[in-house]
Design a protein around this ligand. Structure first.
Ligand code: ADP
Length: 642
C-alpha cells in the first residue's frame, strides 16, 4: 500500500479551523448535530440515487446512523451507510472550502466582540469542521456506494493545516467519522446520557434511526457454562444498541391521520405543559415557499409563564433538524404564548441570525402563521366560549399588546378581546362586537372606563348616567389596558371614548341649569380647592354629589396611580375637574350656606370633604387621610349634638 498522501487545506479554511478551535467554545454540542445531519443527508442522497440504480444499495436497505462512544480510548464514532465519498470527493468536500458561508463567517467573527463570539457557532453551524471544537484529530473512513471494497479511503487531519488521504479497504459503503476527543472533552462526549440528550435536543425528529452503542455488563445468569469465579473478576461487556431519536416528526404526517392524543402528547413533550392545548394549528404552507407549521394555543396560562420575559417564537426546523428554540422572526411578540414549530426545508442549515432577520421566506411564513393564529383564536372564541374564556383570562393580556404592535391586524386582534362591562353580570365578559350589537341605534361611540377593579368601576359615580340611560360601559382593569388603548382609538367605525372624559357624551348628558346660589358656591370652591383645575356643575351625575373627570389630553387617574405605584412619583400629574350634582341635597344645602354666610369656616372643610369623596370613589388614595378622618369626626360631633 502506498504511503498516505499529504495535502494542505486552503488558506481560508485554515483560518476557519483556527477560529473554531480557539474562539468558539461555548456551544460545542452542535458538532453532533452537524455530523448526524451530514450522515442523514448522505443516506437520503443514496436513497434518491438508488431510485435509478438499485444496485447501489448493495442489498443493505437498513439505513442507520450509529453513535459509538469509546470512553477508554476517548473516541466518538459516527457511522452511516449512506452514499459515501470517493477519494476525489473526500478531498473536495473535506479539504477545500466550497461553502459560500465560510467567508461571511470569517468576516463576522473578525468584527465580533469577544462577548458575543461564542454564539456564532450556533448561528452559522460550520458543518463538519465544528468537530474540531471537541476533537484534536479527525479520522474519516469512507467508501462510495457502488464502488469495490478496495476503493475505500482514509482521511486524517488534526485541523492544523494539513490532511492526509490514503486508500483503505472498506467492505461496506458509507462514512465513518472518528473523533479523537480532546482531553477535556473525553468524558462528556463519551457519556451515553449526554449523547442521548444532544441527539434528542437537535436531531430527535430526523427520519433515520440514530443508534447509540452502550456497553452493558453481560448478564450471565442463563449462561450455564460460565466460569463463575472468573466472571466475578472480569465481567465481559456486551454492546447494547438502542435507537435514541423518536423519528416522529408529527408535523410531516397528514393531519387526518393524527389523533388528538398524539397532538396532546407532542404538545406536552414540547412545552412541559400537562394541560392539553386549546387549539392545534397544523398546516402546510403553499405557494412559492414550502413549509410546515404545527402550533398550539395553550388552554390557560402555562405554569411559570412569565408575562414580560416569556421568550417568543416557535422552534425553527430545517428538514427535521432543530435550528433554533425560539425563532422570534416567525411570529409577532404579542403571540409569545403560542408554542410549536415551523419546518422550512428551503432554508440552509447554517443560516445566520442576520440572514434570518431579513429573510423573505421567514417574512412570508410569519405573515401566514400570524393570520392562522388569529383565525384559530377566532374559531375558538366562536365555537367554545368557555375554553376561549379560560385562554383569555390567562393570556389575553399578552394578546392585547397586539393592537399596538401589529398595525395591519389591529382590528382583528381587538375583535378577540373580552371585557367586563356595566351591563354584563360580574362573572361574564363581552367582546367589542357584542358591545356594538347591543348598543342602541345611533350610539356612535364605545364607552369605557379604566380603573383598578371591576367592583370599583361598577359603583363609580361616573357610570351613574350611563346606567340611567341604559348605555353600556366596558371596564378596563388590566394594567396592559392603558398600554393597549392608544392602539384602538376606533373599532369598526366607532370611536372609543372614556366615560370620564371632560365632556360627557350627548348620549348620556342631562340638561342642567346653574342657579344663582350654586354659581356662587362654585366660585368659592374653586378658591378653596386649588388641587383641581375647575369646579363645575355636572350633567352626568344621578345619585352622587360629585365626581372627578379627566381634562382632554390628560392621563387617566388610573394610569397616574399605576405609574405612582411603579415608583414614578415624579410623573407629571394633571389637575382634574371636579363636577358637582346641582340637584343633590348636599350641594344645595352648601349653596344656601354659601349664599347666607360666605365666611363660614365649615364651607372650606365641606368642599374639601366633597373632593375627598370623589377621590375615594374613583380609587385614588387620599394624600392626607388623617386630616380627612378629622373632618369626618368633626362632622359627626356636630351632627350628633344637634
Ligand atoms: P455541509 O454539510 O453544510 O455541506 P460540511 O462541512 O458538513 O458542509 O460537509 C461538507 C461536505 O462533505 C458535504 O456537503 C458532503 O458532500 C460531504 N460529507 C460530509 N459528511 C458526509 C458523510 N457522512 N457522508 C457523505 N458525505 C459527507
Amino acid at each position: 500500500m502506498s504511503a498516505p498522501e499529504k495535502m494542505e487545506f486552503r488558506t481560508e479554511l485554515k483560518q476557519l479551523l483556527h477560529l473554531i478551535t480557539h474562539s468558539l467554545y461555548s456551544n460545542k454540542r452542535v458538532f453532533l448535530r452537524e455530523l448526524v445531519s451530514n450522515a442523514s443527508d448522505a443516506i437520503h442522497k443514496l436513497r434518491f440515487d438508488s431510485l435509478d440504480s438499485e444496485s447501489l444499495l448493495e442489498n443493505d436497505k437498513d439505513f442507520k446512523i450509529h453513535l459509538i462512544p469509546d470512553a477508554k480510548r476517548g473516541r466518538l464514532t459516527i457511522r452511516d451507510n449512506g452514499i459515501g465519498m470517493s477519494r476525489a470527493a473526500i478531498i473536495e468536500n473535506l479539504g477545500t472550502v466550497a461553502r459560500s458561508g465560510t467567508k461571511a463567517f470569517l468576516d463576522k467573527v473578525k468584527e465580533a466582540t469577544a462577548a458575543n463570539r461564542p454564539d456564532l457557532i450556533g448561528q452559522f453551524g460550520v458543518g463538519f469542521y465544528s468537530a474540531y471544537m471537541v476533537a484534536d484529530q479527525l479520522e474519516v473512513y469512507s467508501r462510495q456506494a457502488g464502488d469495490p471494497a478496495d476503493a475505500g479511503v482514509r482521511w486524517v487531519s488534526d485541523g492544523q493545516g494539513e490532511f492526509t488521504v490514503e486508500p483503505a479497504n472498506r467492505p461496506s459503503r458509507g462514512t465513518e467519522v472518528i473523533l479523537h476527543l480532546k482531553e477535556e472533552d473525553k468524558e462528556e462526549f463519551t457519556n451515553a446520557y449526554t449523547l442521548e440528550q444532544i441527539v434528542k435536543q437537535f436531531s430527535d425528529f430526523i427520519e433515520i434511526p440514530v443508534v447509540l452503542h452502550t456497553e452493558k455488563e453481560k448478564d450471565e445468569s442463563d449462561d450455564e457454562n460460565a466460569d463463575k469465579e472468573q466472571a466475578k473478576e472480569e465481567k465481559p461487556l456486551e454492546i447494547e444498541e438502542r435507537v435514541i431519536n423518536s423519528q416522529k416528526a408529527l408535523w410531516l404526517r397528514p393531519k387526518n391521520e393524527i389523533t388528538p392524543e398524539e397532538y396532546n402528547a407532542f404538545y406536552t413533550n414540547l412545552t412541559g405543559d400537562t394541560e392539553p392545548p386549546a387549539k392545534v394549528i397544523h398546516y402546510a404552507g403553499e405557494g412559492s415557499v414550502e413549509f410546515k407549521v404545527l402550533l398550539f394555543i395553550p388552554s390557560k396560562r402555562p405554569y411559570g409563564f412569565d408575562y414580560g420575559d416569556a421568550k417568543g417564537g416557535p422552534r425553527l426546523y430545517v428538514q427535521r433538524v432543530l435550528i433554533m428554540d425560539h425563532c422570534e422572526e416567525l411570529l409577532p411578540r404579542y403571540m409569545r404564548f403560542v408554542a410549536g414549530l415551523v419546518d422550512c426545508p428551503d432554508l440552509p442549515l447554517n443560516i445566520s441570525r442576520e440572514i434570518l432577520q431579513h429573510n423573505k421566506v421567514l417574512e412570508t411564513i410569519r405573515k401566514d402563521a400570524t393570520k392562522e393564529v388569529l383565525k384559530a383564536l377566532r374559531v375558538l372564541k366562536e365555537d367554545d366560549a368557555e375554553k376561549y374564556r379560560s385562554f383569555f383570562d390567562g393570556l389575553g393580556g399578552v394578546l392585547k399588546e397586539g393592537v399596538r404592535e401589529d398595525f395591519a391586524n389591529r382590528e382583528q386582534v381587538a375583535g378577540l378581546f373580552l371585557f367586563p362591562s356595566l351591563k354584563t353580570p360580574a362573572a361574564d365578559r363581552i367582546s367589542l362586537d357584542q358591545y356594538i350589537e347591543a348598543a342602541p341605534a345611533g350610539q356612535e361611540e364605545i364607552f369605557f372606563l379604566t380603573g383598578d377593579s371591576d367592583a370599583l368601576l361598577r359603583s363609580s359615580p361616573i357610570v351613574e348616567a350611563y346606567k340611567a340611560k341604559e348605555r353600556d360601559v366596558l371596564f378596563l382593569t388590566e394594567p396592559v389596558d392603558e398600554y393597549m388603548l392608544p392602539g384602538i382609538t376606533m373599532f369598526k367605525g366607532k370611536k372609543l371614548r372614556s366615560a370620564d372624559a371632560e365632556k360627557a357624551p350627548d348620549d348620556v348628558a342631562e340638561k342642567t341649569e346653574t342657579t344663582g346660589p350654586v354659581k356662587g358656591l362654585l366660585e368659592l370652591m374653586k378658591k378653596w380647592l386649588p388641587e383641581v383645575s375647575d369646579v363645575r356643575v355636572s350633567n352626568r351625575l344621578v345619585e352622587s354629589a360629585c365626581c372627578l373627570v379627566t381634562p382632554s389630553g390628560a392621563m387617566s387617574s388610573h394610569l397616574e396611580r399605576m405609574l405612582e405605584r411603579m415608583g414614578h412619583a415624579d410623573a407629571p400629574k394633571s389637575k382634574r375637574i371636579l363636577e358637582v350634582n346641582s340637584s343633590h341635597k348636599a350641594i344645595n344645602a352648601l349653596a344656601e350656606l354659601a349664599e347666607k354666610a360666605p365666611e363660614d369656616a365649615r364651607l372650606a372643610a365641606y368642599s374639601q370633604l366633597l373632593l375627598e369623596e370623589a377621590m375615594l370613589a374613583e380609587g385614588t388614595p387620599l394624600p392626607e387621610p388623617a386630616a380627612h378622618a378629622q373632618r369626618i369626626s368633626d362632622l359627626i360631633a356636630r351632627d350628633a349634638s344637634r
